[in-house]
Ligand binder design. Structure first.
Ligand SMILES: NC(=O)c1ccc[n+]([C@@H]2O[C@H](COP(=O)([O-])OP(=O)(O)OC[C@H]3O[C@@H](n4cnc5c(N)ncnc54)[C@H](O)[C@@H]3O)[C@@H](O)[C@H]2O)c1
Length: 390
């Protein structure tokens, strides 16, 4: 169980780019990062509007002279300080991730970046090489994958409790973009423009969460082929999609289907994961994050609760609240931040043995998300054809 005891040598000096007062995701970074005392927020370029960013940073408790106008000033000024930032989180719109990440790494800063990581796999691989040369960590905030019951599903499948996986059923849909974008705010405007969002809208915005979580649960399975059908129900979003379905063929013969949409009118935003094996199925949804449904063919269904002693050790190890107390998304984010901090700490100490076995959403995980998107777009652009997964 995680209880806030220090698991790294000392807190990391941490800065943020983006995630300002009006940003949707910034607070999740801060609650996730600061909860266990593993990160101390020392600086930021929080906002495109420099004055608002400074005011916001000061109210977060950051020194005014360390609230910078932009990431370039942050890097230049922090590099000159003995107590300068050593890791920076990037919580800005997608099109800025690559240039900010590259600049941070070149300046010797570890990076924690939002998904979808960059626009292309080529960019991801270049950043991976740069991080390797510089001896730095790149983490990606696939925030949902710290949930203890996600790790319970993985452990049960690894143990054979579900049998051979046959069907992978993934859904992340909501209805927040069911209407048109007239008068839409900044967060919708950049998400629906290929110049600022990249080659996808909902596939990258929420589909990458489904894909990474399924990789965590099914590390032994790889996609061999996929077919992606995508559509913009609101025409102004084309060529990007507000709805997509992806069929996937895995190397063990399993079949997958993934539905991602922001025009699922009335749906308040839920993710559902169902893994069907030859003996049983497991299902988890973030609408009921404390419960895992385990259905063995021919037996009464079971609902497993987080924190209970009957769970696998992998799940109990990352539980924070204990049974009866709900495990929320903040807990999941805290685990993601903790795992990345442990990687940075090990990198600083040169502990390669630890890094070899330590799992966190790393640069490769970010790259795989972008690779999956590239394959989806290639399939959709080829007339929703089956293509080999590359
Ligand atoms: N991991 C998750 O669960 C999750 C959830 C939501 C968003 N995201 C991702 O987080 C990123 C940001 O999304 P959002 O919804 O918070 O966007 P947003 O538009 O709500 O907020 C963006 C924030 O970044 C600031 N900003 C923009 N450009 C900047 C720059 N160049 N320098 C400094 N600050 C800048 C803005 O002022 C704002 O504060 C996106 O990549 C998105 O895909 C991830």
């Amino acid at each position: 169980m995680i209880n806030g005891e220090r698991s790294i040598q000392r807190p990391l000096r941490w800065g943020m780019v983006g995630g300002g007062r009006t940003g949707q995701v910034g607070y999740k970074h801060r609650t996730g990062a600061q909860r266990d005392g593993t990160y101390t927020l020392v600086c930021g370029a929080f906002d495109l509007d420099a004055a608002r960013g400074r005011d916001f940073g000061v109210k977060l408790g950051v020194d005014a002279d360390r609230c910078y106008a932009d990431y370039k000033e942050l890097i230049a000024k922090e590099a000159g300080r003995k107590d300068g930032a050593e890791v920076v989180s990037i919580a800005t719109p997608n099109f800025t991730h690559y240039e900010i990440a590259r600049a941070c790494l070149e300046a010797g800063l570890h990076v924690i970046c939002e998904k979808p990581l960059f626009f292309t796999v080529a960019e991801c691989e270049e950043i991976e090489r740069l991080a390797e040369v510089k001896g730095l960590i790149v983490g990606v905030t696939y925030g949902f994958t710290g949930h203890p019951l996600v790790h319970q599903m993985a452990a049960m499948i690894k143990k054979g409790m579900v049998g051979d996986i046959r069907i992978v059923d993934l859904q992340y849909t909501h209805g927040f973009n069911a209407g048109d974008d007239v008068g839409a705010g900044e967060a919708v405007r950049w998400r629906t423009n290929p110049k600022t969002a990249g080659p996808t809208f909902v596939l990258g915005d929420i589909g990458t969460h489904l894909y990474y979580l399924s990789e965590i649960v099914l590390p032994h399975m790889k996609i061999e082929r996929l077919l992606c059908d995508r559509k913009a129900f609101i025409a102004t979003r084309a060529p990007l999609e507000d709805h997509a379905t992806v069929l996937m063929h895995y190397d063990n013969g399993a079949r997958g289907r993934l539905w991602v949409s922001s025009v699922d009118a009335g749906n308040m935003g839920s993710q559902r994961y169902r893994f069907v094996g030859s003996k049983a199925s497991v299902e988890w949804s973030d609408s009921h994050p404390d419960q895992l449904i385990y259905e063995v063919q021919g037996q009464p269904n079971q609902i497993m609760h987080h924190g209970m002693p009957y769970l696998e050790k992998e799940s109990l190890a990352v539980d924070r609240m204990g049974a009866l107390h709900t495990e929320g998304l903040g807990d999941s984010w805290s685990n993601i931040y903790l795992w990345i901090a442990q990687a940075i700490d090990a990198k600083r100490r040169g502990d390669d043995a630890f890094l070899k076995t330590h799992h966190y959403p790393d640069i490769k995980a970010g790259t795989e998300g972008v690779r999956w998107l590239e394959n989806c777009v290639r399939s959709a652009d080829a007339g929703s054809a089956w293509i080999d997964f590359k």
